[in-house]
Design a protein around this ligand. Structure first.
Ligand code: PLP
Length: 399
């Protein structure tokens, strides 16, 4: 490594994440053996097209709006009308009293998280993440200058282990990231769970005489598949919640980079946090989220791609894998299945899967070794083609 570059950045950039590494390997294998023989379950890249409202709104905007206004800069925190539409939607849907000035438009959840973490960061602060978690959390938290503290969820159902969480909270705890529906487990936290979490954090705030935030990472909010599964809106249960939302998955727009941060009025020091969010956006170069895609938000917020396909995929995979002998907890939401590896070493297990051209991600980087993540936001047809390979892999262990 040249001595002119940052060692930290070089380390981050010279090695891809395990997920990206596998995706690149898949592309290579497709060139070698053909797309019909590779079963790529690596990325969370939605296969269902964006709903029609996206195409129709884009067409209307492009044909009817002055291009200079359409493609020009908006305010750093986002177009005022777009932020008002977000506020109206959140107020009408979740009953949370908020205004346009509580919203900051971002380039997706990753930007929402990095901005929020940088806005809150003070020396010595710690942020708790619940394992299994989205691997980039560790990068985002440490890069914001805070310590990442990992707390494992219960292995039985990937719900919060409250005893372990309580033991991890201390006088340095600044925030806990809650991602429900969860990547990679698909677990959804119920209203009772959120109430219990809120009660515990209220107690901790008093005990340590400091504000502790929930950072609600919500790219999968709308992706739940059964009528009885509800995703509680956390600011309604715990005032010190900051919502990091993204349209990447709900509208199938991951490449367009659009989302928002909501700092609800009930959060303590709401205006100070909001200005720190604006400051972090500025410092990180995240001003003015993509203009065109900001402007589809008023028409498309609350709508989703056809998620019935993910439900079909989930059921197909869960049923088949259980039948083949895999241990599977049926996920309530998101589009990932977290299966127990058939040997202790999940990386070795995923290498064996690779020999069948089954590309699934070892769980170590999710902070929960011994499992593999299967991303099922793929075509149903690919899952059907992949099932014999999953069966053959299981049989290899049953010999
Ligand atoms: C839990 C979680 N948070 C954040 C992100 C980043 O989302 P975005 O593409 O909107 O930046 C992802 C992406 O897969 C995710 O799974």
């Amino acid at each position: 490594m040249s001595n002119i570059v940052s060692e930290k950045m070089y380390a981050l950039g010279s090695k891809r994440s395990e997920i990206r590494e596998l995706f690149e390997y898949g592309k290579k294998r497709i060139a070698e053996v053909g797309a019909e023989n590779v079963y790529d379950f690596s990325l969370g890249n939605p296969s269902v097209p964006a709903p029609d409202c996206v195409k129709n709104t884009l067409a209307k905007l492009v044909s009817e709006t002055d291009p200079v206004a359409l493609h020009g800069y908006t305010s750093a925190q986002g177009d005022a009308g777009v932020r008002q539409a977000c506020a109206d939607y959140v107020k009408n849907t979740h009953g949370c009293d908020c205004s346009a000035d509580d919203f900051y438009m971002t380039c997706g959840a990753a930007a929402s998280l990095t901005i929020t973490l940088n806005a809150l960061s003070k020396e010595g602060d710690e942020v708790i993440v619940l394992a299994p978690f989205f691997p980039e959390y560790t990068v985002f938290i440490t890069q914001a200058g805070m310590k990442c503290v990992q707390v494992k969820c219960s292995e039985e159902d990937f719900q919060i282990d409250f005893a372990a969480l309580e033991a991890a909270i201390n006088e340095h705890t600044k925030a806990i990231i809650i991602n429900s529906p969860n990547n990679p487990s698909g677990a959804v936290f119920s209203e009772d769970t959120i109430k219990k979490l809120a009660e515990m954090l209220e107690g901790a705030q008093k005990k340590y005489n400091r504000s502790i935030f929930i950072i609600a990472d919500e790219p999968y909010r709308e992706l739940v598949y059964d009528a009885d599964i509800k995703v509680p809106f956390i600011p309604n249960y715990y005032n010190n919640t900051i919502v990091c939302y993204s349209f990447s998955k709900s509208l199938s727009l991951p490449g367009e980079r659009i989302g928002y941060i909501l700092v609800p009025p009930k959060a303590c020091d709401n205006r100070d946090i909001y200005f720190a969010v604006c400051g972090a956006g500025r410092a990180l170069g995240y001003v003015c989220a993509p203009s065109l895609f900001q402007k589809i938000v008023p028409e498309c917020i609350g709508k989703t791609a056809d998620i019935s396909i993910y439900k079909k995929n989930r059921d197909l995979l869960c049923n088949a894998l259980s039948e083949y002998g895999y241990k599977v907890v049926r996920p309530d939401g998101a589009f990932y299945l977290f299966v127990k590896a058939l040997e202790e070493d999940s990386r070795a297990f995923c290498e064996k899967a690779k020999a069948h051209d089954l590309l699934i991600v070892a769980s170590d980087s999710f902070g929960f070794p011994g499992y593999a993540r299967i991303s099922y936001c793929v075509s149903t047809e690919m899952i059907e083609r992949a099932l014999p390979a999953f069966k053959a892999l299981a049989e290899e262990y049953n010999k």
